[in-house]
Design a protein around this ligand. Sequence first.
Ligand SMILES: [Zn+2]
Length: 938
Amino acid sequence: MSKTTLKVESFSNALNHAKHEEEILAYWDQTNAFKRSIAERPSNKPYVFYDGPPFATGLPHYGHLLASTAKDVVPRYWTMKGYRVERTWGWDCHGVPIENMIESELGLKGGKKGIEELGIDKFNSACRASILRYDKEWQVTIKRLGRWVDFENSYKTMDKTFMESVWWAFKTLYDKDLVYQGRKVVLYCPRCSTPLSNFEIAMDNSYKDVESHSVYVKFKLKDTQNEYFVAWTTTPWTLPGNVGLAVNPTAEYVQVEHQGELLWIAESLVEKVTGSALEPLTHKLGKELVGLTYEPLFSYLPTGDAKSFVVCGADFVSLEDGTGIVHTAAIYGEDDYQLAIKEGLATIPMLDDQGKFMDFVTPLSGQYYAKTQKWIIEDLTARGLMLRAEMTTHSYPFCYRCGTALYYNAIPAWFINIQKIKPDLIKQNLDINWYPSFLKHGRFGKGFETAPDWNISRSRYWGTPMPIWVGEKSGKIRVIGSTEELKRWSTSVLPSLTDIHREFIDDIKVYVDDEKTEVGTRIPDVFDCWIESGSMPFASQHYPFEDKSSFESRYPAQYIVEYIAQTRAWFYTLHVMSVALFGKPAFENAVTTGTILAEDGTKMSKSKKNYPDPTLLIDKYGVDSLRLYLMSSVVMKADNLSFSESAVDDIRKNVLNIWWNIFAFYTSSRMETVQSLETQSSLGVLDRWLVSKIEGLTQTVTKHMDAYDVVQASRPLMAFAKEFSTWYLRLSRDRLRTSPESQAVLGDALKRYCLLMAPFAPFMAERIYQNLGFSDSLDSIHLELWPTSNDANIDLSLESEMEIVMQIVEKGHAARKEGGIRLRQPLASLSLTTPGVINEELQELIKDELNVKAIKVEKGEALLVNLDLNLTPDLLEEGAARDVMRDIQGARKKLGLKPSDKVIVELVSWPESWTEEIKKKVGAKELVTGSVLKIVKI
Ligand SMILES: [Zn+2]
């Protein structure tokens, strides 16, 4: 394939964008355009872009197309600016989604138990084997989108090299004393048997409004007949684990009589709880209740000697709702756990790691927690301990991976100490350029202020194993930072390790002391896979084990782009890892996109089919239209976009087709080999205007692209197509057919337009560029350098005068239309009042365009356009003559006559005085009277 295959043979067929684009794709392959666009740039001038690796378990959707377009447009721009922009694909391979998929494909039951019965080795092999199941589909889609990225050398987070770098990073953090083991209350998924980190919860769609229980339970005071504390909870399943009650020490509590019983409730909530404004029998401050004990609701919990079933004081107790008395099961809530630690309350888990009751809760043993609520409510009701039980709507968190309802759970876990590096995280963020800029101090910056420590351990299987070995005697810890180190401290001689997943290292024992006296076992946990994506910059390079300086000289990256939820996820973890390891940010410029919704503003949903299939859409309108649509829309300003198919079509029609038509006119009217124009001085006013506009456009696009504002860069570029065509080209057609200077101006402007469009609409830009006929054109427009604007050619006063001319012409056309006078009918005069200057050249333009004989200009405050609509006999004759000439020209064209062909014309009638003029204009030897218009070639 060569350039000639992109030759446009005919403009008579309707444009088939998709077909054109596929030809371009083949052309790029043939010319090796992508690789050359990197290789032909100096290696010492890198521009670094980090690609957030997608999960390998799903197919690409509009969100990916959006991100991928943004990941292509900006690198293409910087390539044209002369930088070497390497782009390598990556795959996020580990984590719970793939585990879930494999579990269900293998038909494993019972969560973790099922996996362990099968064997971790078999399970992980199945994960490994299926991880890239969709990579072909991805490659096809990404390629069709026009995104240039190297799939061949893609990195995978399951590569041994990648995982080893993660070990190195973890060990470095451990040595910096930024890692600790603790028990923390975290949102926990019983289905995945794993906690979720705060930024996983902060991603969208985690919370849903659901119906849940709302119960008011009576706790009987010890050694009383009928005196109760009333506590409120929306999680009745925690009641068997109750170990204490909390009151607000400074709040007022009262005892009231209700149905023969004495109830303690916060004074302000009595009516809400009991339904009537009961008269208080006794008043007490919360702190006076502290220390009182009550009879346990259930007797299953082995509390032993630990403090339990006692009233404690706690500031977190609110008087907004409930009863002002809070039941606590110690470990199933953040506040609860803190209180339990402070008060020394018993902290006994009653659920196993899959959310099932342990055996000591005898009637519920083995039952899934959420399914026990009915039994608990009925049991308490039967025993007269339920004051009220009803349903209410509650915002509740769900696992974003498997959809299971989460609960708070205090579990043993490993953490990165975010509190310790928080000031640095906040400070280093100041050096990042965010687009849109409000994210810097908003969503991203704010996130750090309240960030808890990062729980990085997961009790799962398919992930990078945490390299922590614990001594069997003393509990001493050794953290391993490389396979080399593992060999050095292993208690046996190791073969060379080709893989370091769990099945390969779980059995390896390691000396935890330097004297090699104490043997340690690895903890079973794997890393939160966000540690891996956060390690992508260095782990994809196998840093520091290979080519250290290559990474160091290219760090941090200049550019990353992802959708807005990543400010709490990937952007967050990149920043944490980078600041903790290297003391600087991982990226200099971050662009965030919004979310693409269905046209009606709801979420795009496969089952509802409320959006067009991307493949069909691309076939219909071409990818350039889609790319321009996405890049010019609010979704690139982190807003949500309701996807509109017709808007994509509008861009096809109003930008791409118009651009093509300008090119078509240029090609068909061009006289000889094109040369760039040497001097602008002798040009006509429209040509000077076009030159000025295109230079200004170059300035604008460059300025905004430099600032990562693709919206402000693409919109004026798209809008200009129409002005280019309906103003410049329409008014210049005649001149362009005869003036080599004007043709050169148009050729240059078209080439410039292609260059400016190249990052956004790479296909059409390539196609037109390759057919403009410049002798110095390169094998691909994407090998070209970005144009610099020549400010000397920018004539702002001409541009603003032209604006006024456009307005005058518009008003003139409107006046003609109103008077019912067609444009071919000449008119005597136009008088203008204008605050600006309309020089002679522009006056001629107006005269031509509005078909008037004379123009009179006066200076005045406002713009007034007054067209003389009076038709004299002379004007009417001229109008008739113009009609006749046009009809004859049309008929000649239909017969396919050349301009040099002479004819005899038969006509019904024509104005006598115009005979010679008509003959000259239409190349007629003779005009004769006939019954219809007829042309005979002679
Ligand atoms: Zn889950």
